[in-house]
Design a protein around this ligand. Structure first.
Ligand code: HEM
Length: 132
């Protein structure tokens, strides 16, 4: 099985449990006061649903889907829209790895490197659009 398929299956084992998305944001927001502040006005129930779609776009992009959804995220997170500085994405990916570790029973160090490698090009594309 290719890496993109491994990641797709790993997310499939994790995403049916609503606690996955709660745990992700608990973990992500615990990274810094700055990150927590960004979600102060956010309806977190809606946001958890949006995150499910967002991770799915990363996975589908890795499986060869066109990059229009990823570019839309790059645009919405860019300086002139939500102003999410590229330096925050390491914390985002680390929070995702910790949450997968908790929820995917088949997660291990190898799967962590597979995940990181597989979603990196999409994350790099989003970050590269910050200043556009
Ligand atoms: C909103 C996904 C990284 C902060 C959103 C939305 C999605 C999403 C789908 C809904 C609006 C839209 O479609 O643009 C993602 C994905 C990420 C990522 C897949 C990683 C690749 C980050 C990072 C931060 C962040 C690193 C930094 C703190 C926010 C904020 C909102 C948002 C503040 C708006 C919340 C609101 O409406 O109040 N994100 N995001 N995101 N994201 Fe991200």
């Amino acid at each position: 099985m290719g890496n993109a398929d491994l990641v797709f299956q790993s997310f499939g084992r994790s995403c049916n449990n609503p606690a996955f998305f709660e745990d992700f944001y608990d973990n992500f927001m615990s990274k810094s006061d700055q990150i927590r502040a960004m979600f102060k006005q956010t309806n977190m129930e809606a946001q958890r649903g949006l995150l499910r779609g967002g991770i799915m776009w990363l996975v589908m992009h890795a499986r060869g889907m066109p990059d229009n959804k990823i570019r839309a995220l790059g645009e919405s997170h860019s300086r002139k829209h939500m102003n999410i500085h590229p330096s925050h994405y390491n914390d985002w990916v680390d929070a995702l790895m910790a949450t997968l570790h908790k929820h995917d029973p088949e997660f291990n160090d190898h799967m962590e490197s597979v995940w990181r490698e597989t979603i990196r090009p999409s994350i790099d594309l989003i970050k590269s659009m910050y200043d556009q």
